[in-house]
Design a protein around this ligand. Sequence first.
Ligand code: HEM
Length: 286
Amino acid sequence: MGLFSDVSHLFFDIGIMSWDVLLTLLNLVRRKRRICHVTPEGHPGYGGRWPEFRPPQETDSRCSCPALNAMANHGIISRTGRGISFVELNHHIRATYNFSPTFCSFAPHFAARMLKKSYSNDTFDLEEIDLHNGIEHDASLLRLDTAFEPNQSKKHMPFIEELLAAATGKDKDGNDVLTTNDFSRMLGKRCAVARAVNKEFSLSLFHKIFGSANASTLVTVFGGRVDDLRSFLLDERIPEGWESRVRQPYGMTLMNFNKTTLGVEFGVCEKDWAEAAQEAAEGQGS
Ligand code: HEM
C-alpha cells in the first residue's frame, strides 16, 4: 500500500508539473481576463459582488490560513468551516483567487495527503489544517508560534499591523504596496525573533519556503495592496468590489508562483535582525 501510494503520488506530481508548464505557456499567448471579469460569471464574487461577510461564531471551525477563513466568512465554502471536501476547495480557490487548475489541484491534494485522507471522498474541518509542522509552522507573519498560541486560527494583531506599516512601495495610482523585499524583510524578522524567544522553535527549509510561498500569495493575488490586505488579514474579509490581481486566463501557475516565492525567499536575511532578536529575548526574561 505504502509503495503503491508513493508511486501514484509521484505520477500525480509529474502529471501536474507537465500540465503546469503547458498552462504557463498558454498564459503567455492568450489574452488576459478583462478587469471586472476575473472572477468567473456565476461564481460568488463575479463583478466584485461578494456574498455577505459574517464573522465566525464560537462553534465554527477556522484555521491559520486567511484565504480559507475568508471563503468561509463569505459563505463561499461552508460558513461553519466544517465538512469541506478537498474537491470543492479546488474549485473555489480557483474561482475566488484565480490560481491555475494545477495549483488548485496540487494544494488540496497536498493537504489531503498531510491529513492522511482521501482527496476524492473525504472532508475536513478547517482547524485540522493546522497540524503543527504539516503546513503550519513557526515564524509566521501573522500569528504567534504554536508554543505561545496553540489555537492557530487566532491572528496576532500587532504582527499584522507591523506588516502593513512596513510597506515601502507605491502603485501607479499612489496606493501603498507591500513589495517582495518588504515581505522578505518581515519574514527575516519573524524568524530571528521567534528563534530567540521560542524554546520549542523549529523551522525546516521546507517550512521556511512554505512561509515565503504564503507571503507570495499576498504579492501576486493582492498585488501587495495595503488597503485590500488590511481587510483580508485583519478581518479575513474580502473587500467589496475586489477581484484577484492575477489576470492570466489560466490563473497563477505553480511555475510563475515559484518565481515570486524564490524572490521572497532569497531576500530573507535573519542576521539583519540579530539586535531585535536579542532585545526580544531579554524582554522576555525580565
Ligand atoms: C488548499 C489550499 C490551502 C491550504 C491547505 C492552506 C493552508 C495554510 C496553512 C496551514 C497556513 C499556515 C502556515 C503558517 O504556519 O504560517 C496558511 C497560511 C497562509 N495562507 Fe494558506 N492555504 C491554502 C490556500 C491559500 C491561498 C489560495 C492563499 C492566497 C490566496 C493562501 C494564503 C495564505 C497566507 C497569506 C497565509 C499566512 C502566512 C503567514 O502567516 O506567514 N493560502 N495556509
